[in-house]
Design a protein around this ligand. Structure first.
Ligand SMILES: C[S@@+](CC[C@H](N)C(=O)[O-])C[C@H]1O[C@@H](n2cnc3c(N)ncnc32)[C@H](O)[C@@H]1O
Length: 273
């Protein structure tokens, strides 16, 4: 079968996408890039990839739309039970103790690459259940997919998407509506959804927990290392990092320490015990 784009155009597009986002298309993923490009060209009524490339170099909004189109946004509520067990049985008790010792009653979490919001909402519900009264929950959730962020902000999920949410949470934190469930205000209010490209500085500081799961898998090693080191700098001196269970910092030049809990392996920045 003929390729939709020439080798040279493939190189140009993959370099552009990489420079803009860290997302790396290997030759084996070429067909994915081609089909997403085709979709943008059809939507914008543009006939050649050359013409589209020229538009991308001048039109930031179209560049954002292309980046959105090349992302994979698969997610679900309480994805990876072992991570949530670690979060509930290890991380939160540890942080509560640490914070109480310091006289600080807030926990700051970042869900980086939050997609359509199931991850930060799951975390918000767990925190709401487990933090002592009076503790402030401060969650930032970000992504570079504007389409996904719109769903996340709306907080409405079809019945099909509710697998993984236990009945108690479903009854307590969601309102049943025709065709699905709406996340209640008391949970939505805990999260600030933001457009953010992980290529750039977030401006976040003193984070206690970072979740960046199933995101760096799309980056090459250099882009992975850059983003992981940015997390380190944005975290407090006693903080925890979750990456996807198929992702690893092995071989990477980072200051994070490996932490094996009874449920899952995660990473920590532990400059203060
Ligand atoms: C597969 S989803 C993971 C969602 C969630 N963290 C989870 O594990 O279920 C990956 C998300 O990373 C986002 N992403 C990819 N590259 C990004 C970048 N450079 N900056 C911010 N978000 C990015 C995508 O838009 C997508 O929504």
């Amino acid at each position: 079968m003929d390729n939709f784009i020439s080798e040279t155009d493939f190189e140009r597009y993959r370099n552009l996408i990489y420079d803009e986002s860290g997302i790396h298309f290997s030759s084996s993923n070429r067909t994915i890039l081609e089909s997403r490009l085709k979709e943008r060209l059809r939507k914008q009524n543009i006939s050649t990839v050359g013409e589209y490339y020229t538009i991308l170099t001048r039109d930031r909004a179209e560049m954002k739309a292309l980046l959105d189109a090349v992302t994979t946004n698969l997610t679900r509520f309480f994805r990876n039970t072992a991570h949530f067990q670690t979060f509930e049985y290890y991380i939160l008790p540890d942080l509560i103790k640490w914070k109480q010792k310091k006289g600080d009653r807030s926990i700051k979490l970042w869900s980086a690459g939050c997609s359509t919001g199931e991850e930060p909402y799951s975390l918000a519900m767990a925190m709401k259940e487990l933090l002592p009264p009076g503790f402030k929950i401060d969650i930032t959730a970000s992504d570079l997919s504007l389409k996904s962020l719109m769903t996340a902000k709306e907080g409405f999920y079809s019945d099909m998407k509710m697998n993984g949410v236990i009945d108690r949470y479903l009854n307590k934190y969601f309102e049943k509506k025709p065709g699905g469930y709406q996340v209640k205000e008391e949970i939505r209010n805990l999260i600030k959804f933001d457009y953010h490209n992980l290529k750039f500085e977030s401006g976040l500081k003193n984070l206690d927990i970072v979740f960046c799961r199933n995101v760096i898998i799309y980056f090459d090693e250099a882009a992975q290392e850059a983003v992981i080191n940015k997390f380190y700098d944005a975290m407090s001196n006693h903080a925890f990092l979750f990456i996807g269970h198929s992702e690893s910092l092995f071989g990477m030049n980072t200051k994070f320490e490996f932490l094996k809990t009874d449920w899952a392996c995660i990473y920590q920045k532990m400059l203060e015990k």
